[in-house]
Design a protein around this ligand. Structure first.
Ligand SMILES: [Zn+2]
Ligand SMILES: [Zn+2]
Length: 241
């Protein structure tokens, strides 16, 4: 499990016929108060737990899981991970938390056709993604996570309750699926997605100074060129109407 800084570990996703989100561990290990960001695709929980243990991190140090959003490739193995760390709290944006607590899985699957495919592929039953959420985020919070400070930014458009986590002094951004490397952005055709909102969210992120971009998929970037997010937003602008 590669270390990005002393306070951020990276667990690469294992894509197969479907993408599996990257996960990140935030916090100084000495505080024994760590945060797992994202879970991943169905079936992709145990290797992530093993990667954490191999890095010398005790599972008991993981106090919470924060989801950037609740698409299947991020939340699919949450139940699997919760079995290993049942004490860990679950934090996410209020808009997706409220859906999950009601057993509303529209955000998880994004579209009905995909739901049918996944239920068959993974043997999932309706109600598989009903979760109790311990902390409902709004955006605007400053979180102290194991001796590191992260700002929560609500960046809807890819999904209703997408959030980004931003470490201002280290200039690290965890944007979920809102923006990736190689001038790519998240899709905006699934349930709760909205092109103009995604554009506003990208413009919001473009105001931040970011050196390290840790997205939900594909490459991570350690020396992000200045103006990268703005340039990405501008390239996509004609499609985000
Ligand atoms: Zn997504
Ligand atoms: Zn994703």
């Amino acid at each position: 499990m590669p270390k990005i800084t002393e306070e951020v570990y990276y667990i690469p996703g294992q894509d197969e016929f479907m993408p599996d989100a990257h996960a990140y561990i935030l916090g100084k290990p000495s505080t024994q108060n760590l945060t797992l960001v994202e879970a991943g695709l169905v079936g992709k929980g145990s290797y992530k737990i093993q990667s954490i243990q191999k890095a010398g991190i005790e599972l008991s140090w993981i106090k919470r899981v924060i989801m950037t959003h609740t698409h299947l490739d991020h939340i699919g193995c949450l139940a699997e991970i919760q079995k290993k760390i049942p004490w860990a709290e679950l934090w996410m944006h209020r808009l997706e938390a409220e859906l999950l607590e009601q057993g509303d899985e529209r955000t998880v699957y994004g579209m009905d056709m995909f739901r049918g495919f996944c239920e068959e592929q993974f043997g999932l039953k309706p109600g598989a993604f009903k979760f109790k959420v311990n902390q409902k985020l709004q955006g605007g919070e400053t979180l102290d996570l194991g001796g590191t400070t992260w700002e929560v930014i609500h960046i809807p458009g890819h999904s209703l309750g997408s959030i980004g986590l931003y470490h201002r002094s280290m200039k690290i951004l965890i944007p979920g699926d809102v923006v990736y490397a190689d001038y790519a952005i998240g899709r905006f055709d699934l349930y709760g997605a909205n092109g103009p909102e995604l554009k506003r969210s990208l413009m919001r992120l473009a105001e931040l100074e970011v050196d390290i971009l840790l997205p939900g998929h594909n490459q991570i970037v350690k020396n992000l060129p200045k103006g990268y997010i703005l340039k990405t937003a501008r390239q996509w602008e004609p499609y985000l109407k």
